[in-house]
Every structure is written in structure tokens, then in C-alpha cells.
Design a protein around this ligand. Structure first.
Ligand code: C2E
Ligand code: CA
Ligand code: CA
Length: 700
């Protein structure tokens, strides 16, 4: 993707126009070098820096020049450098030594900016000058009397609270700030509490109690406070405690500063940095951030989540023949139509150029995504009346589904992009679902009916993929995987048609067929002279939650002519969310019938290590999305290593799923994980091909 926003120079040229208007300083530094990529006008003024970007001048010198109590402090502690290391900094007051040798006290916020995979690419710091306020505060420390304080700190509200009597004093200035004359508010502490925003009340009270118990700590809180006009103002309160002659807290005295403007500016900066300037839609950065939240919500609720990658057809000719101005107006109109085409909980963003993304949340099944996409195709294909022109464009939409097509937003976006490309190839003004591994791209809108007839016509097949112990050269089992071939020899992926089957009530029937067919295949292998092969059968969340499962199995098993101990039920850890006690019970019922249990898709973020120890399972499969990040992703490595060590310590066999390379095999071997399944060993294959493969592989 050729994203102009990825070019820092272009990007900052656009940003500069907006950011230079702001009354706060904004600096952006690059990770990991710390090089300053950008400073807005206010940043240059506040820090007394000569140039917007300073070659050879990094944040360590510009932002690192902080002083603490008059002495130079460790540059590593400067906010922007802490943010480059991942910290969310501020608001914090920090003294800077500026380019011209003077010092300034700045109120600073700094945040890391992460890329799609969560790596830190930049840090953004915003800051404003609070030197005057700081001076006032310094005077507060020496001041003896209330009067003196009130005079010194004209801009601050002053207050005092007598703890025993609950009497309070609020300076007239402070009362004016919240819209009242001196006599209109009584000097009572409860009166003050009543005006604190309900959402901030508990925090405020807790902090006060805390402070009374540990008076040495720094008391500084921010909360919303009701103004006479019923609006809420953001207040920053600071205080100190006055003790009586026995060392007991007697009074609290402090200041109130109205920081509403500051909060609003902060919000503006956030908005500007995270939104696309042309359409006002969330940009890529914000989209990724929002997606994270929705992905974990989808995990908890078990609902689907779709990523629609939208690219306009024939948009370039519009730009070329009518100019960018007209092109921009079309893009704005597209943004408008997208907003009205989707539900309010869906998230619409612009990646740049003519690329948009919609995160369709809380879906019950893939059909919902198909309907949404179809609707958007219709809406965006209507003519665009721009000035006197009637212009036409249409969208090509690629769809990926969570969790089937990717467990994180980066892979979902990538796969939706691939499907979008496919849609373009196949005729534009249309949508396509992602189908991994080059399988057919399908429309679940039609699947429902086709699945009914297809199942009735015996179109479903079972493929088998070996699971191997590479240390002992033993075949541990084969996993049975559903295949539904289309007329052109491609396959409809199970991730796409199984959700439909769960929805239309066919899952039970299909599950029953899988079990019978797997056992029949087992019988055929025996007849060919193979040893008894253990078979893994996937149970969908729906099948697993079906309370009659164990009973149904108990009555069918005798007819299936297989030793139940050869059957391994694979249950995704997604199916175990919710009531763990129920899961333990249900698993024990299956085990009582003689079958064994594999916990599937471990590490994708559902089950925890602790649950491993509580569940009566015999094997665990590490999710292939984790294995796919090897050998470089630190976070996955930590999960994988923990799963291996912990699993082995519990006597559970640990299988790596999705082993695709020698490199990853080596990685696993070093960690004593020899049991694996994946294309590196063998792809899923029809039962008839398996015996030849097994003999060729020389496994026992
Ligand atoms: P799963 O249980 O996690 O199955 C493993 C999936 O990983 C299979 O995808 C398999 O083809 C794929 N795979 C194996 N090795 C590799 C590799 O090295 N690289 C990559 N990229 N992929 C690999 P498949 O067959 O598309 O199945 C998808 C999912 O559909 C399965 O995930 C399972 O949840 C479900 N499913 C498949 N068959 C059945 C079934 O009979 N019943 C039920 N309830 N679910 C099934
Ligand atoms: Ca499986
Ligand atoms: Ca799996």
C-alpha cells in the first residue's frame, strides 16, 4: 500500500498547518533513534529551538535538557524519551533548560505511537508553559497567612478545610471562577463535595482519605466540578496538610486551578493527531487503537468482528481529469455515505488516498458482514453530484473475519486487503471474503442454501493432517478437518461455512457426520494394514456447550467400531470462556466415555495458563497465529515458552500448530517442544492419501 501518511515529510507538512495554530507545544520524535521529526511553532518558541526539524539534534539534547531543583537531570527521564520507551507520561510539570540558557516550567504529556504490530514508531509530546503558576506555588510554600496566599496566587482558587469541624473556606476568587458571588456558597466541605462530578467523586474522596493517612505524599488530583451554568470545569487541586501539636491532621489547605482549557487543547491535539483532516474520520493510528478494544470485546462476547477494506474503483481518473479539489469532495461524500450506511457502533476510518476501513462489530455471523458490505456497495455506487458534475465510482470491498481470518488487527487488515484486491480482479463494485491459502473466495449470503443441498448431496469431505512427535518419530494422531469443495476444485473454508451451520442449525448434523466419517476412515486404514491411528475431532463451541453431547456420544459410540481412547476431542479455548466449572464438568463427562481432550488454539488470548492446570486436558495446541510470529515476536515467545514449560510441568503434551519452517522447528526444539502439526510436516490430505504418506514418512 502506498500510503502518503507513511512519508514523514509529507505527513508533517500537512500536520504543521494545523499544529502551528495550537497554543500548546507539540514535538514528535522517532523511535528508537530519538531523532526529533517535528516541532510545531509553539514548541520552537517554548524550547527556544531554531528549526522545525533539526538534523543531528535529537530529543536527548532538545528534550533531554531537563533540570531538577536547579541541577541537570538524567536525560533518560525526559518525558518524550520515556514515551519512546512505551510509557504514558503526564501531565507532569517539568523544568527545562532551553536553547537560550533560560529555564521554563512546562506541563508535559507524552505518549508512544505504535504501529500495527504494537511496536513503538514515534513518541508525541505536548507541553504548555506553567512557569507563572509554578512561581506562585513556590510562594505558597513560604507564605504564612491565608491573606498572603490569596494575594500571591491571584489566578488560583484557594481553599482550606478544617477536618474536625468540617468547616471550609473557599476564596472569593475561586467562587467567581465557578460562577458565584462570595456569599452565594456556604463555606462547608460537603457543599464542595456535592459539586464534584459523580464519576469523579469516589476517586476524589479516596484520594483525600489516602492523603490524610499518608500526608507525606504529593496531593494532586484532577476532577470535574460543576459550574453555576451546570457545565463541568476541569480542576486541578493541590494541597498540603497542617498538623496539630500532637502531629494529627488538623487542616488541609490547598489550591484549585481551572485546567479546562488545557484539557480541551489536549483533546484537540489528540483529535488532530488521530483523525484524517479531509474527512474527519479516524486515521490509521486511531483505528488500530479502537480495533484493539473491540477485538478483546469480541473475544469476551464470542461475537464475530469483521474488517471491511474499501478501495474506490476508477477514483484516479476523477482526480486526474477534474483535479484534486473535486477528488477531495468525492472522498468527503464517500465518508458521509459510509457514516450513514453502517450502524453507530461500527467504526469507520480512512487509511489515506481512496482507501477506507470499516470495523463491523458485534456480528452474530458472517452473513451480517456480507449484508453490510452489500449495502455499502450499493450506497457508494450511486452517482456523486459534485458542483455541476455527475461523477461515478464504486467500491471494491475485501472482508476478513475475526477470529477466523486473523487474531490481531494487523493480519485482519492485511487479509481484508488481499480479499479487496481479489474483488477488484473479479469485476469491481463487489465484495469478497478473505479465504486463506488461495482457497475460493465466497459469499456467505449464498452459503446457507448451498450448504443444505451440499450436505444432502454428500459434498462434504474430511481431510486429515498428521500431528507428529519429531523427537521420537512417532505419529501422535491425525486431525480431521472438514473440506467443502466447490465446482472449480477450490474449497469453501470451514471458518466461513461452519459459522453459517451454527446459525442455521446444521452444526449438530455436520458434527455427527464428521465423527462417523472419521471412524469409518479409521476402519479403512485398519483394513489397509495400518496400526490403529488416533484421530483428533474438532468440537465447535456450540457442540461443546450442548448439554446432551455426552449422552448422544454414549449412545452412538458402540455403533462406531472404534476404541474411544483413540479419539481426541479438540476444543478451542474460545469455547471455554464463561463458566469454567461447567467446562470442567463437561470435559470430565467426555473423559468418562474414554475419549481424550486437546485444548485447541491456546494462547490466542482466551484461556490462561492458570486454567491449563484446572482443566482436565491431555494435550494443548499452541495457536498457529502465535507460532506464525516466531522467531521474532517477543510477546509471543514469552507466551509460547510459558505454555511449554507449564504444560510439561503439568504432564500435558504441548503441540505447536502451524509449523511452517525449519527455522521455527529449530526454535521449538531449543525449547524442548518436539510435537507439532503444520505444512512443514504435511498438509491436510484425503484419507486415501494418508496411508501412502505415513509409509513414506517412515513414522511409527
Ligand atoms: P483448527 O482446529 O485450529 O485447525 C487447524 C487449521 O490450521 C486448519 O485449517 C489447518 O488446515 C490449518 N493449518 C495446519 N497447518 C498449518 C500451517 O502450517 N500453516 C497454516 N497457515 N495453517 C495450517 P482449516 O482446515 O481451514 O480449519 C479451520 C478451522 O475450522 C479449524 O481450526 C477448526 O476450528 C474448524 N474446523 C475444521 N474442521 C472442523 C470440524 O470437523 N468440526 C468443527 N467443529 N470445526 C472444524
Ligand atoms: Ca483443531
Ligand atoms: Ca488450532
Amino acid at each position: 500500500m502506498d500510503d502518503p501518511l507513511n512519508d514523514p515529510h509529507l505527513r508533517f507538512r500537512h500536520l504543521a498547518e494545523v499544529l502551528d495554530q495550537m497554543p500548546v507545544g507539540v514535538s514528535i520524535a522517532e523511535a528508537p533513534s530519538g531523532k526529533l521529526l517535528f516541532n510545531n511553532a509553539e514548541a520552537l518558541r517554548l524550547l527556544r529551538l531554531p528549526l522545525r526539524t533539526m538534523p543531528g539534534f535529537d530529543s536527548h539534547t532538545a528534550h533531554g535538557a531537563i533540570v531538577f531543583e536547579g541541577r541537570p537531570a538524567d536525560p533518560q527521564q525526559s518525558p518524550i524519551i520515556r514515551a519512546l520507551r512505551g510509557e504514558h507520561v503526564g501531565p507532569e510539570e517539568i523544568n527545562y533548560l532551553r536553547g537560550d540558557g533560560t529555564t521554563v516550567c512546562l506541563l508535559v504529556n507524552a505518549r508512544p505511537v505504535r504501529n500495527a504490530t504494537g511496536g513503538i514508531v514515534e513518541a508525541v509530546a505536548t507541553f504548555s508553559d506553567v512557569t507563572d503558576k509554578k512561581l506562585a506555588e513556590l510562594r505558597l510554600q513560604d507564605a504564612e497567612t491565608k491573606l498572603q496566599l490569596a494575594v500571591d496566587m491571584a489566578s488560583l482558587g484557594f481553599w482550606e478545610w478544617d477536618i474536625a469541624s468540617n468547616d471550609a473556606y473557599f476564596s472569593p476568587h475561586w467562587k467567581r471562577q465557578i460562577g458565584y458571588q462570595d456569599h452565594e456558597i456556604t463555606n462547608r466541605f460537603d457543599e464542595w463535595l456535592r459539586r464534584v462530578h459523580p464519576d469523579d467523586l469516589r476517586m476524589t474522596q479516596e484520594r483525600i482519605q489516602d492523603f490524610l493517612q499518608n500526608p507525606t505524599q504529593d496531593y494532586r488530583i484532577e476532577f470535574r466540578f460543576r459550574h453555576r451554568d451546570k457545565s463541568y470545569r476541569w480542576i486541578q487541586a493541590k494541597a498540603r496538610l497542617v498538623l496539630d501539636e500532637h502531629g494529627r491532621p488538623q487542616r488541609m489547605i490547598g489550591t484549585h486551578l481551572d485546567i479546562t482549557d488545557h484539557k480541551q487543547r489536549e483533546e484537540q491535539v489528540r483529535q488532530t493527531v488521530q483523525h484524517d483532516r479531509l474527512t474527519g474520520l479516524p486515521n490509521r493510528a486511531l483505528l488500530l487503537e479502537l480495533a484493539d478494544g473491540w477485538l478483546s470485546a469480541a473475544q469476551r462476547s464470542g461475537k464475530l468482528f469483521a474488517v471491511l477494506f474499501i478501495d474506490l474503483d476508477e477514483f484516479k481518473p476523477i482526480n486526474d481529469s477534474y483535479g484534486h479539489h473535486i477528488g477531495d469532495l468525492v472522498l468527503k461524500e464517500v465518508a458521509m455515505r459510509l457514516k450513514t450506511s453502517f450502524r453507530s457502533q461500527d467504526i469507520i476510518g480512512r487509511l489515506g488516498g481512496d482507501e477506507f476501513v470499516v470495523l463491523v462489530t458485534q456480528l452474530d455471523n458472517a452473513l451480517g458482514a456480507a449484508h453490510a458490505a452489500q449495502h455499502a456497495v450499493r450506497q457508494l455506487s450511486l452517482p456523486y453530484r459534485i458542483q455541476d458534475l455527475e461523477l461515478r465510482t464504486s467500491p471494491s470491498i475485501g472482508i476478513s473475519l475475526f477470529p477466523g481470518h486473523g487474531k490481531d488487527i494487523a493480519s485482519l487488515l492485511r487479509n481484508a486487503d488481499t480479499a479487496m484486491y481479489e474483488a477488484k480482479q473479479r469485476g469491481k463494485a463487489s465484495y469478497r471474503f478473505y479465504a486463506g491459502g488461495g482457497d475460493a473466495i465466497v459469499d456467505p449470503g449464498q452459503i446457507d442454501q448451498r450448504l443444505r443441498t451440499g450436505f444432502a448431496h454428500n459434498e462434504l469431505q474430511l481431510y486429515f493432517q498428521p500431528i507428529v512427535d519429531m523427537h521420537t518419530h512417532r505419529l501422535m494422531a491425525v486431525e480431521a478437518l472438514l473440506r467443502w469443495p466447490g465446482a472449480d476444485g477450490s474449497f469453501v473454508p470451514p471458518d466461513v461455512f461452519l459459522p453459517v451451520a451454527e446459525q442455521n442449525g446444521m452444526m449438530r448434523e455436520i458434527g455427527g457426520w464428521v465423527l462417523r466419517e472419521a471412524c469409518a476412515q479409521h476402519g479403512r486404514w485398519r483394513q489397509e494394514g495400518l496400526r490403529a491411528i488416533e484421530i483428533g475431532i474438532n468440537l465447535s463451541a456450540m457442540e461443546f456447550r450442548d448439554a446432551s453431547l455426552a449422552n448422544a456420544l454414549a449412545s452412538t459410540m458402540p455403533r462406531l467400531d472404534i476404541d474411544p481412547r483413540l479419539l481426541w476431542f479438540e476444543i478451542s479455548d474460545r469455547a471455554l470462556t464463561g463458566n469454567l466449572d461447567y467446562a470442567v464438568c463437561a470435559l470430565n463427562e467426555l473423559k468418562a466415555l474414554g475419549m481424550r481432550i486437546t485444548l485447541d488454539d491456546f494462547g490466542a488470548g482466551y484461556a490462561s495458563l492458570e486454567q491449563l492446570s484446572r482443566l482436565p486436558i491431555d494435550r494443548v495446541k499452541i495457536d498457529r497465529s502465535l507460532i506464525a510470529t516466531l522467531p521474532n515476536d517477543r510477546a509471543s515467545i514469552a507466551v509460547i515458552e510459558a505454555a511449554i514449560v507449564y504444560g510439561h510441568s503439568l504432564g500435558i503434551e504441548v503441540i505447536a500448530e502451524g509449523l511452517e519452517s525449519e527455522e521455527v522447528r529449530g526454535f521449538l526444539e531449543q525449547r524442548h517442544c518436539y510435537q507439532a502439526q503444520g505444512y512443514f510436516l504435511a498438509r491436510p490430505m484425503p484419507g486415501a492419501e494418508f496411508s501412502a504418506w505415513y509409509r513414506r514418512a517412515g513414522l511409527h
